[in-house]
Unconditional design. Structure first.
Length: 187
């Protein structure tokens, strides 16, 4: 059994990669490559909440930010993950430097296209995949615990063992969506 790795947070917000403050554009880099940066990656948010330190995964746009607890639990996965220092700044210039950008180093073809329900949508010259119900090919993660899905690299897929370790450590802010789950009722 595989799971989609997702976040949840107490309020509706997103920690955004700062295009102005960083020396590169994270969204144009090919996924799965190690980052070579000489300073922390900068993220921005409307306000840094008093309860931020109680979370182990923060809501972002495809760029996971994880706590030191998460890092300590999974830093042995050197072939799967790279942890990069970050600075989070809010509109009042409050700062938090205790989270890490989670760079996932493997991108693999995982989707069982025969069982999954999806649509290809075209916006101008851009083709996107809208996945309504996802199934993963058996054994496609190989020896990896966490990977990005090649078919849609916004999807982060983890093993049952990875999920179990997160749950046993009581990590907060992490949601696991079981393969085959769908919010769509018209399938």
């Amino acid at each position: 059994m595989y799971f989609r790795f997702s976040d949840f947070y107490k309020r509706d917000t997103a920690f955004a990669f700062s295009e102005e403050k960083n020396q590169f554009d994270l969204y144009t880099l090919p996924p799965g490559l190690p980052l070579k940066v000489d300073k922390p990656i900068e993220f921005e948010v409307d306000k840094i909440d008093s309860y931020i330190e109680s979370y182990d995964l923060l809501p972002t746009h495809d760029t996971p930010l994880v706590s030191a607890r998460f890092k300590k639990l999974f830093e042995y996965l050197t072939n799967d993950l790279q942890f990069v220092n970050t600075v989070i700044t809010d509109k009042k210039n409050n700062r938090n430097e205790s989270f890490y950008y989670l760079n996932i180093l493997n991108v693999l073809p995982l989707m069982d296209k025969n069982k999954s329900v999806f649509e290809i949508e075209i916006y101008g010259k851009t083709e996107t995949m809208n996945i309504k119900k996802l199934y993963i090919i058996e054994e496609s993660l190989k020896t990896h615990s966490i990977v990005r899905m090649e078919e849609n690299d916004a999807y982060i897929i983890v093993t049952e063992e990875f999920k179990k370790r997160c749950e046993e450590a009581h990590l907060k802010g992490i949601n696991f969506i079981e393969e085959g789950h769908s919010i769509y009722t018209d399938l």
